[in-house]
Ligand binder design. Structure first.
Ligand SMILES: Cc1cc2nc3c(=O)[nH]c(=O)nc-3n(C[C@H](O)[C@H](O)[C@H](O)COP(=O)(O)O)c2cc1C
Length: 191
């Protein structure tokens, strides 16, 4: 079984989403002996913005599209930046959402071609965006990620969420604890 681990936070060792993706990948490793992990760090080795003519010299090692297709499960660290996702993560999405490869337009409209794999997203946010607190309309991060993966045919999507990270150290600690418990107890690991 192959797992693709993608991080995008710029905060390095202080990153909430990096801590959670590491815990998710660890849980998979423990329960799936022989798991092969490919790691892509979009902050340490950013992908250039998509351009019609690729600049090979500015591309970090590895082919993002080949890595996606090789993976059975993809674990993504996705902070909320200005209500959306980090531009580093968007640059990766611009490399994996490719007409004729991961989607096509057929007689019935767009059709995803990358299904059959699981995506687990560790979502970190400074505030709260749940449906219960009235701010969910400002969530262009999780909603966007759900849409983009559905668009390429991936409907097996899980979110592990740490919210209210900027709301004081008690709330941060609670959010992290809850997320780790969720990873250990709720998250489906391996088949
Ligand atoms: C550039 C930037 C923009 C941010 N924008 C938002 C935002 O719009 N809403 C929010 O709730 N938190 C926002 N935050 C807070 C982050 O979502 C929060 O710190 C989260 O923990 C970041 O994930 P990370 O710890 O993995 O880097 C922002 C943080 C940064 C650095």
């Amino acid at each position: 079984m192959k797992l693709l681990h993608v991080d995008s936070s710029a905060l390095g060792a202080n990153s909430v989403s990096r801590e959670l993706t590491a815990a998710i990948v660890n849980a998979w490793k423990q329960r799936e002996p022989g798991l092969e992990v490919t790691y892509r760090d979009l902050a340490a080795n950013p992908l250039p913005h998509w351009l019609p003519v690729a600049d090979a010299a500015s591309m970090p090692a590895g082919d993002p599209l080949a890595e996606l297709f090789a993976a059975d499960v993809i674990v993504i660290g996705a902070p909320m930046y200005n209500f959306g996702i980090p531009s580093q993560l968007k640059a990766w999405i611009d490399r994996i959402v490719v007409a004729g490869k991961t989607f096509r337009y057929g007689a019935n409209g767009p059709e995803g071609l990358a299904g059959g794999r699981k995506v687990i997203i560790a979502s970190a946010r400074g505030g709260f965006y749940g449906a219960d607190n009235g701010s969910d309309a400002a969530d262009f991060q999780e909603r966007y990620l759900r849409h983009i993966f559905n668009f390429i045919g991936i409907t097996d999507l899980e979110f592990v969420r740490a919210e209210g990270i900027a709301m004081g150290s008690d709330q941060r600690a609670k959010a992290m604890n809850d997320a780790h418990v969720e990873i250990e107890t709720r998250l489906p690991v391996a088949a």
